[in-house]
Ligand binder design. Structure first.
Ligand code: PMP
Ligand code: GLN
Length: 386
């Protein structure tokens, strides 16, 4: 008789809602992925690399050309100076980067501070590594933490804090003063920050993404995680990056080598090409997504929905209670997918305890016609569910 230890974990909310969307033939505004194919020149670079380049194991830390391109990109866009040889590791998506960080940096019994709402992979991985979660609860509309919340969560046993900014699903960017506050706690308690910055390129309205690794005191104690899937809007690519000072990077690489060892070389080559040669994308992409956000937000507002501000990511949230809808988020999502043909994500799924139950996440990285039809259906839902 086998006794699997992960068997009590439910299938992720993303997989579940995408399954329901398929079953009901619904418009899928649930799981976050764009409905276009991604930038053609970058896909052509991948095709060239597949046909003409090497298809054998690349170096364990990633193709040198990609590590150099990542360093160049973060230098240009975030003012960071990273050494491609000793401070950057290419992973199979941000998910593997997170797993490598937790496995290599957490010893059983270490406390790990995490902010709710939290991305679904964090808690199972932290617990599997032996970490003891200390949860800070954020709530709408600002989703911000303060000094008292950090005082309550940090202790002498804290080893790690996990920060996701821009924050999925809240779609907010951590303000500079909150980054400085968190840095103060990390330095005081000698804590490593694992920063999930997969949404760093998807910020709107002239905002700049500020990495915690660039805040004074954090350069040597931060692991910065990125994802080419999000940089280029091709979520299936699963090419991620770990960036950290050399001693941390060495520990991260030790975990990475036994998780996946490497990542397909052709996709690595294409990401390197895109970062170097398709730079206009990093202005065009957020501008196009901001237009899609505004289209969905204004349609929903006209239909009577209370739309929360979206500062970044592919998502915006609606507050059901403030929209005059008396259902909780899970019931609302189960009903609209089956009855109206729109899949969405209940934000309570991102809480391990004491969830916010009135907020629903919608993905706007879709064609105008898809968004317009979704608005029409959601408008009908609001009338029915009041
Ligand atoms: N972290 C966050 C906050 C995410 O939203 C996602 C996926 N969108 C990931 C990690 C996973 O990234 P990847 O697909 O590169 O593994
Ligand atoms: N990050 C995506 C989202 O938030 C989902 C990723 C996944 O399905 N694992 O929608």
């Amino acid at each position: 008789m086998v006794h699997p230890v992960f068997d009590n974990l439910p299938t992720t909310i993303f997989e579940r809602m995408s399954g329901l969307a398929r079953q009901h033939g619904a418009i899928n505004l649930g799981q976050g992925f764009p409905d276009d194919q991604g930038p053609l020149p970058v896909r052509e670079a991948a095709a060239r690399a597949l046909l003409d380049g090497s298809n054998q194991y690349p170096p364990m830390r990633g193709l040198p050309e990609l590590r150099a391109a990542v360093a160049g990109h973060y230098g240009r866009t975030q003012g960071l100076s990273l050494d491609p040889d000793s401070e950057i590791i290419v992973t199979s998506g941000a998910t593997e980067a997170l797993a490598a960080a937790f496995l290599s940096l957490i010893a059983p019994g270490d406390e790990v501070v995490l902010f709710q709402p939290l991305y679904d992979a964090y808690l199972p991985l932290v617990r599997r590594a032996g970490g003891i979660p200390r949860l800070v609860r954020l709530s709408p509309p600002s989703w911000r933490f303060d000094r008292a919340m950090l005082e309550a969560a940090f202790s002498d046993r804290t080893r790690l804090v996990v920060l996701n900014s821009p924050l999925n699903p809240a779609a907010v960017v951590t303000p500079d003063e909150d980054l400085a506050l968190l840095a103060e706690f990390c330095v005081r308690h000698d804590v490593i920050a694992v920063c999930d910055e997969v949404w760093e390129a998807v910020v709107f309205d002239g905002r700049a993404h500020r990495p915690l690794i660039g805040v004074p005191g954090m350069r040597e104690r931060t692991v910065k995680i990125g994802s080419a899937g999000k940089l280029f809007g091709m979520t299936g690519w699963k090419v991620g990056f770990l960036c950290a000072a050399p001693p941390l990077a060495k520990a991260l690489a030790a975990a990475h080598q036994f998780l996946t060892f490497t990542t397909p070389p052709n996709l690595q080559a294409a990401v390197a090409w895109g970062l170097e040669h398709h730079r206009a994308w990093f202005d065009e992409m957020p501008a196009a997504l901001a237009r899609a956000r505004d289209r969905l937000a204004s349609g929903l507002a006209v239909a009577g929905y209370a739309v929360l501000e979206s500062q970044g990511s592919y998502f915006l949230n609606v507050d059901l209670a403030a929209s005059g809808i008396g259902l909780d988020d899970v019931t609302f999502c189960e009903r609209i997918v089956a009855e109206q043909g729109v899949a969405a994500i209940p934000v309570s799924a991102f809480y391990a305890e004491n969830p916010v139950t009135t907020v629903v996440r919608l993905c706007f990285a879709k064609a105008d016609a898809t968004l317009d039809e979704a608005v029409r259906r959601l408008a009908a839902a609001r009338t029915l569910y009041r």
